[in-house]
Design a protein around this ligand. Structure first.
Ligand code: NAD
Ligand code: MN
Length: 362
C-alpha cells in the first residue's frame, strides 16, 4: 500500500472550515481504497500564529513541508492584519520558496450550476487558465521612500525574465497539447507595456514552433475579458502573467457560477518541491465561522492534488462525487443560492465515495 504524506495548512477565515473538509474527503477516499493511504500533518500558520509570534509562519517552516508529497492550503487573510503581510508572509512564501511557478486554474460549469451568462451552454465553457506564479507584477521588486512627505514615491516593478517567461509558456503549450482541442490563447498587453510584454510575445512565438499541432492566438488582456463573456467557446487553454491571470481567473470563476467552486494548483512541474493545492477564494470574512462556506473549491483542488500524485482514477471518483452533489440543488451552499452547510456538502461527497466502495465490493 502506497502512503502519501500531505501537509494541511488551513490558514485564516473559511480556510479553517474548508481544509478540514478537504481532509475528510481524502480520508473517505483512502478508506475506500486498498492501494493508497494518507498521513496528514496540520500546520497552524496564519493570522492567529502571527498574533502570537509576529510572523505568519516560522522562519524554517519550509523545511517542515519539503518532504511532503503535496500541500492542501486554505486561505491567508485576516480582518485585523494588512493583506500584504498575510499574503507575502504565508502563501507567497511557500509558492516562491518552492518555485511553484505554474498556477493552474481549471474552470467548468458543473452539473446543476446556473452560471450568470444567458447564452452560454455548459459545454461552451471549459477552460484552464495558466498563471505565471513566480515573477511579473508580483515579483516583489520595488520600494517606497520619503514616507509621509509630499515627495513620497513608490514603485512595484514588474520583472520578467527569459527563463521565467519561457518556462510558463512551455508549460501552457504542453498543457494545451494534452487537451482535446489543442487550443491556446496567450494573453498579452504589449501595446501599452512595450518592454517585458513584447519579450513575452516574442518568446511565445519561439516556443510555439516546438508545438506545431497546437493552434494558438494572442489576445490583449482587456479584450480577453469581453471575449470570455461574449464568446466563451472560442477559448480553451489560456496563459497569462501573474496579475492578468489573477484577475481573469476570478472572472472565470464567477462566469462558472461561484468563486466558491474554483480550484487551483500551485505546481512545481519539475517536482523538486511539493506542489500546493487550494481553492481560489480567500478568507471570506463575511461568512467565516458560520459553517456556510462552499467546500467544493477545496474538493476540486483535492482532485488536482490526486492527479498530481498520479492517482487519476481516484481523482475521477472525487470529481464524480462533486458533480453528483452539485447536481442536487438541496446541497447548494449560499453562494449558489441554496441553504446547505459546509458539513452537509462534505458528508454528501464522502457518502458518494463510500458508496463507490460498497458497489465495488458487491
Ligand atoms: P474572498 O474570496 O474571501 O471573498 C469574496 C466573496 O466571495 C465574499 O462575499 C465571500 O463570502 C464569497 N466567497 C468566497 N469563497 C466562498 C466560499 N467558499 N463559499 C461561499 N462564499 C464564498 O475575497 P476577498 O473578500 O477579496 O478577500 C478576503 C481576504 O482573503 C483578504 O484578506 C484577502 O487578501 C484574502 N485572500 C486570500 C487568498 C489566498 O490566500 N489564496 C485569495 C484571495 C483573497
Ligand atoms: Mn486572486
Amino acid at each position: 500500500m502506497k502512503t502519501y504524506h500531505i501537509a494541511t495548512i488551513p490558514g485564516d477565515g473559511i480556510g479553517k472550515e474548508v481544509v478540514p473538509a478537504g481532509q475528510q474527503v481524502l480520508a473517505a477516499l483512502a478508506a475506500a481504497s486498498n492501494t493508497f493511504q494518507f498521513t496528514f500533518e496540520d500546520f497552524d500558520w496564519g493570522g492567529d500564529y502571527y498574533r502570537k509570534h509576529g510572523e505568519m509562519m516560522p522562519k524554517n517552516g519550509l523545511d517542515a513541508l519539503r518532504n511532503k508529497d503535496a500541500i492542501l492550503f486554505g486561505s491567508a487573510g485576516d480582518p485585523d492584519i494588512a493583506d500584504h503581510i498575510t499574503l507575502w508572509g504565508l502563501r507567497l512564501k511557500i509558492c516562491q520558496g518552492f518555485d511553484q511557478y505554474a498556477n493552474v486554474r481549471p474552470t467548468r460549469i458543473l452539473p446543476g450550476i446556473d452560471g450568470p451568462l444567458k447564452r452560454c451552454k455548459p459545454e461552451d465553457l471549459n477552460w484552464v487558465i495558466v498563471r505565471e506564479n513566480s515573477e511579473g507584477e508580483y515579483s516583489g521588486v520595488g520600494g517606497r521612500v520619503h514616507q509621509g512627505h509630499p515627495i513620497e514615491a513608490a514603485t512595484d516593478v514588474s520583472m520578467m525574465t527569459r527563463v521565467g517567461v519561457e518556462r510558463i509558456l512551455r508549460y501552457a503549450f504542453k498543457l494545451a497539447q494534452s487537451r482535446p482541442r489543442k487550443l491556446l490563447t496567450v494573453i498579452t498587453k504589449s501595446n501599452a507595456q512595450r518592454h517585458a510584454m513584447v519579450m513575452w510575445d516574442e518568446i511565445a512565438l519561439e516556443v510555439s514552433r516546438d508545438f506545431p499541432d497546437v493552434k494558438w492566438d494572442k489576445e490583449l488582456v482587456d479584450a480577453a475579458t469581453a471575449r470570455m463573456v461574449n464568446k466563451p467557446a472560442t477559448l480553451d487553454t489560456i496563459v497569462a502573467t501573474n496579475l492578468h491571470a489573477d484577475i481573469l481567473s476570478d472572472l472565470a470563476a464567477a462566469l462558472a457560477g461561484s468563486l466558491g467552486i474554483a480550484p487551483t494548483g500551485n505546481i512545481d512541474p519539475e517536482r523538486r518541491y511539493p506542489s500546493m493545492f487550494e481553492p481560489i477564494h480567500g478568507s471570506a470574512f463575511d461568512i467565516m465561522g458560520k459553517g456556510l462556506a462552499n467546500p467544493v473549491g477545496t474538493f476540486w483542488s483535492v482532485v488536482m492534488l490526486l492527479e498530481h500524485l498520479g492517482e487519476h482514477e481516484a481523482a475521477q471518483r472525487v470529481m464524480q462525487a462533486i458533480e453528483s452533489v452539485t447536481a442536487t440543488p438541496s446541497l447548494h451552499t449560499g453562494d449558489l443560492g441554496g441553504k446547505a452547510t459546509t458539513v452537509e456538502v462534505t458528508n454528501a461527497v464522502c457518502a458518494c465515495l463510500a458508496a463507490d466502495k460498497e458497489r465495488k465490493a458487491a
